[in-house]
Structure formats: C-alpha cells, structure tokens
Design a protein around this ligand. Structure first.
Ligand code: 5GP
Length: 193
C-alpha cells in the first residue's frame, strides 16, 4: 500500500523495518557497553525525538533521560554552521556516562560544539549515537560512536527529521523528489504560498 507521504514527498530511503532492525542492534550494543554503569541519555530536540523514543526502549538498563535543544537549519536545507543552545540540560553531567542521541550528524559542527559544552561539566565519558551519519559532509574531525545508517549528502526527512518543520511524524526516512522540492510540498498536496 502506498503511504500518503509517498505521493507528496518522494521516495523511501529507509523503511520502518530497516530502522527497527538498526534500533534493535544499537540498543543491544549500548546495553552491553554500559552494563553496570550509570547512563545518562541526552536526546537532541527535536530531530532525535522519534529515534530516541524507540532506542531507549531497546536499552535494557535503568537509564536517566534528559534533553537538550539546539538551533539547526531553520527553513533552509543546508547547514548554517551556527549552533545555539535553546534548552539546556536539566541534570548535571558530572561523573556520569553521557550518551547523546542525534537524528543525523552532517557537517559535525553541532556534535563538535555539544561535546565541548558537555565535557566542560566533567562527565565520566561522552559518546554519541546517531540514527544517520553523513561522513561526506563533514567539516570537522569528529567520529560517531554508534551509527544506525551511513548515508550520502542527500537531504532526508521523516522519523523525526523535518522538512520546513513538517514530516517529522513519518514512520520512515525519505528523500524529497525534485518535483516536491520545486513545488515546496507541505503535505496533503498543499504547497507554500
Ligand atoms: P550538523 O551540525 O552535523 O551539520 O547538523 C546536525 C543537524 O542538522 C541535525 O541534527 C539536523 O537537525 C540537521 N540536518 C542535517 N542533515 C539533515 C537532513 O538531511 N535532513 C534534516 N531534516 N535535517 C538535517
């Protein structure tokens, strides 16, 4: 059956089944790696929200959950390179094992900045788990500790990732078609004014 978004957005890059498998694999690895450790999982709002909700239910440890919100693309589909904290952490990271959960690491500027900010709080360790990794787009020398999928430079939407703040609720990851981009598709066949 054709999902409604396939008519207005484009093609599916990663199916729900592929994502579910990756989440399970990551959850198992994280469970094994942090066994007997106090783990603080930090979700980066808003893009990581869907991935985070699935991932934490696959981590078989009594984790503590917190959120941080940073500025990202705005209405553009290219990285601005500007990182700004909109909502800071609610719990101190001192002495904790911190695992950041991101939707995608693109230029790496956000992660490089957040890592620096977190390290200033003296955590025991800081690592990152990202659903998607775009190593070809990197502008900094950083690596991603836990990766769901390595993809190219293409702009993707769904499963938490937005297109002009829309489509975060798609159960899979899509690549907008050229036609949809030209139309400025906003869902349900509507187009931007
Ligand atoms: P970076 O600082 O690594 O360039 O960018 C990280 C942030 O840029 C992500 O958390 C995400 O908000 C945004 N971003 C990067 N690539 C994409 C993409 O393909 N689609 C969407 N929707 N956002 C992206």
């Amino acid at each position: 059956m054709t999902h409604w978004a396939q008519r207005v957005v484009g093609r599916v890059l990663l199916t729900s089944e592929q994502i579910e498998e990756a989440v399970e694999r990551l959850g198992s690895r994280i469970t094994a790696d942090y066994k007997d450790k106090e783990l603080l999982v930090v979700g980066v709002l808003r893009g990581a929200s869907v991935f985070l909700a699935d991932l934490i239910r696959r981590i078989e440890l009594p984790i503590v959950l917190d959120f941080i919100s940073v500025s990202s693309y705005g209405n553009e589909t290219k990285s601005s390179g500007i990182v700004r904290i909109i909502k800071d952490l609610s719990v101190p990271v001192k002495g904790k094992h911190v695992l950041m959960v991101e939707d995608v690491v693109d230029t790496g500027l956000t992660w490089a900045y957040l890592k620096q900010v977190l390290k200033a709080g003296n955590p025991e360790s800081v690592k990152i788990c990202s659903l998607l990794d775009k190593p070809e787009a990197r502008k900094t020398e950083i690596t991603v500790d836990y990766v769901g999928f390595t993809i190219g430079r293409e702009f993707v939407v769904g499963y938490g990732l937005d297109w002009k703040e829309r489509y975060r609720n798609l159960p899979f990851v899509m690549i907008p078609s050229k036609e949809a981009v030209e139309k400025g598709a906003l869902g349900n066949g509507r187009t931007e004014e």
